[in-house]
Design a binder for this molecule. Structure first.
Ligand code: SAH
Length: 207
């Protein structure tokens, strides 16, 4: 099967199973060539709905997780988004399809992964800003963000990331040690947040 056909079938199933409900998320998943974000050995598996290795002990999230998280952050064209954990850059590219150029700010701990993601996103025509550092600190120079998400699991939601997200925005991510839960947080004016638990998940832990 052609890779583009495999990609469409995968997205068809995410929509049919109501994992992806927003048309903007669906269009973004159809647009991004996930096979370009994995090594040659994994290209043929790129449209199976599962995580795959991307080197340095890290993984690219399964497509259903990326779709679910994009539905949850609920952003549109022109919104500014903070991502913690660039990895191979796939999730950032899907987000960029929705919010547009120069609106995705991604922090990656691992300089090697960051360099590779930067080169790959550039080659594929995505204008995503990537900074090497600890995502717990967010990206103060670019705050506030309309939405933020983490692609690595934190024991607790990092307070700096909550603070850097607008009070009418959302923070989505896997939280907890051992059993993790995907949560959707709404920052409040007093620095706290309201939390909603979405699903049990398994992400790589924050370093
Ligand atoms: N969104 C990515 C998923 C990457 S996996 C993709 O589509 O490929 C999680 C990533 O979080 C890894 O690249 C890991 O290096 C990074 N990470 C782990 N701890 C971090 C931290 N404290 N700050 C920033 N990034 C971190």
């Amino acid at each position: 099967m052609k890779l583009a056909t495999a990609r469409d079938r995968l997205v068809d199933s995410l929509v049919a199973n109501e994992i992806v409900t927003k048309p903007s998320t669906e269009a973004a998943l159809r647009a991004v060539p996930r096979h370009e974000f994995v090594g040659d050995d994994y290209r043929e598996q790129a449209y199976q709905d599962r995580p795959l290795p991307i080197g340095n002990d890290q993984t690219i999230s399964a497509p259903h997780i990326v779709g679910q998280m994009l539905d949850l952050i609920d952003v549109g064209a022109g919104d500014r988004v903070l991502e913690i954990g660039t990895g191979c850059g796939y999730h950032a590219a899907v987000t960029a399809e929705i919010v547009g150029d120069d609106n995705v700010y991604s922090v990656e701990y691992d300089a090697e992964l960051a360099d590779a993601a930067r080169a790959r996103l550039d080659r594929l025509g995505y204008d995503v800003d990537i900074r090497v550092g600890d995502g717990r600190k967010g990206w103060s120079e670019q705050a506030p963000f309309d939405a933020s998400y983490l692609t690595c699991a934190a024991a607790e939601p990092p307070s700096t990331v909550i603070d850097q997200t607008a009070t009418d925005g959302v923070v989505v991510g896997p939280f907890g040690t051992g059993q993790q839960e995907l949560k959707r947080l709404q920052p409040q004016a007093d620095g706290g947040y309201d939390a909603e638990t979405v699903a049990p998940v398994r992400f790589v832990p924050m370093r």
